[in-house]
Design a protein around this ligand. Structure first.
Ligand code: ZN
Length: 438
């Protein structure tokens, strides 16, 4: 009998490592995890460790915090490459003299994101010099939006809160990596389930087992919870376990559309102008976003950045046109015209910026993004922007001779268009350039 495995590209295969932790013994823990990771099934997209998997909790940060070029982060880098999966765990990190309990989201290509635990557990000894983080993180993987958090964070529903806007949720999967003692495991079970139900998202809890020298016992109870609050998979208590599970994206979508509680969430926004937080390129703003705000920076601010790119083009004796692409208030791509340098008539600022933005997001559509460019795009670039489903285009100066608008609106019907921002300065740069050429 042949076995047909239907793999939906939108499903997410996760593996939880529920393990004991050796106290204040990073080398020992990494060796132990090396062994455990041999059991990770191939095809896993995401591997999750308990909180402070390299040291146990809490330990002296002055003794055990590593820098981002230290052995544990490098070990995570190697493991992500070997497993072709994102690996995720927390460790004490010293970032430029600031100590955090930092969750590391390490990708197979060695790029990584950090989330510094927001709610440090001072009651349990996690205190100065460890600082609380101020920014939450939403990362993307296989098209999933994922919000990883750490242990004590589970008690803070506003921090974990999902947002809903125009049919889109901020995240699909929430994760807690923890050292949650067995004496309070009822809290862990209850809140994990609550977080899943109230946010209409899958949740995963990863907890350690064993005892620490203070006599605190941990029994594990790692689990995968459905958006309905069902336990989809869990580990046996008090044993080391490798738990793999594939999350079904379609089931999540069906549930959300059949039972659209998100629409009624307090603070749900209906304005279409809000820039949504679903790109993985940068840590997110710390404030719960329920105010339908516009970008924290103005169009002028970003056009100024595009202008700087145009100035770089000028220095390189290229036609001075610059562009930036912005997603979630962050510039994810910068480019300027390079037709001379690349000897390529298609190397317009916009074309280069579109490619760079898609690379930064790991996605070809830029519907969450705004392109700022110092001159009205030509028909070629307008066509590319249409293909990219760009969310918004802002250009400075009109180009009556070569601009796309004389052919009508070539952009995607949903693309918003703003013109005339910093028009004079951008035009002056071009005029000067052509004057000198003559
Ligand atoms: Zn062009």
């Amino acid at each position: 009998m042949s076995l047909h495995i239907v793999q939906n590209m939108n499903n997410l295969a996760i593996t939880i490592i529920q393990s004991n932790l050796l106290w204040e013994n990073p080398e020992g823990n990494l060796e132990h995890f090396d062994q455990l990771l041999k059991e990770v099934p191939s095809g896993t997209d995401l591997v999750l460790f308990p909180e402070t998997f390299n040291t146990g909790f809490p330990v002296d940060p002055l003794k055990f915090a590593e820098t981002p070029d230290g052995p544990t982060l490098n070990w995570l880098r190697t493991k992500a490459q070997e497993l072709h999966a994102v690996v995720c765990g927390t460790m004490l990190l010293n970032v430029d003299g600031h100590y955090h309990n930092s969750l590391v989201w390490m990708r197979p290509d060695s790029s990584y994101e950090l989330y510094h635990k927001r709610h440090t557990f001072a009651i349990g000894g996690e205190k100065e010099p460890i600082e609380s983080g101020t920014e939450s993180l939403i990362v993307t993987l296989n098209g999933w939006k994922i919000k990883p958090m750490v242990c004590y964070d589970i008690r803070f529903p506003i921090w974990a809160r999902n947002q809903y806007l125009d049919g889109t949720f901020d995240y699909d999967l929430g994760i807690f990596l923890a050292n949650f003692p067995s004496s309070r495991i009822f809290v862990w079970d209850t809140l994990l389930m609550a977080r899943a139900i109230e946010n209409q998202a899958y949740f995963i809890g990863v907890n350690r087992i064993g005892d620490d020298p203070e006599g605190v016992h941990y029994n594990g109870d790692s689990q995968v919870i459905s958006p309905k609050g069902e336990v989809l998979a869990n580990t046996e208590p008090d044993i080391e376990a490798i738990l793999s599970y594939t999350l079904d994206y379609e089931k999540l979508q069906i549930f959300r559309s059949k039972f659209p509680v998100g629409r009624d969430w307090d603070g749900a926004v209906t304005q279409t102008s809000q820039i949504r937080l679903d790109c993985h390129v940068a840590p997110q703003s710390s404030a719960p976003r329920n105010d339908g705000r516009l970008s924290i920076f103005s169009d002028e601010y970003y056009m100024r950045q595009a202008f700087k790119e145009a100035e770089l083009a000028l220095k390189a004796e290229e036609i001075p046109i610059g562009a930036v692409v912005v997603c979630n208030d962050k510039i994810i791509a910068r480019a300027h015209n390079q037709t001379e340098m690349l000897n390529d008539v298609t190397a317009h600022a916009e074309m280069l910026a579109i490619t760079a933005a898609a690379n930064a997001l790991g996605a070809k559509y830029l519907d969450e993004c705004t392109l700022y460019v110092t001159l009205e795009p030509c028909p070629m670039c307008a066509g590319a922007l249409e293909h990219a489903h760009i969310g918004k285009v802002v250009y400075a100066a009109e180009d009556p001779k070569n601009g796309f608008s004389k052919y009508g609106n070539m952009l995607h019907p949903k693309t918003k268009l703003v013109t005339g921002v910093m028009k004079e300065e951008c035009l002056a740069l071009l005029t000067d350039f052509f004057k000198k050429k003559r």
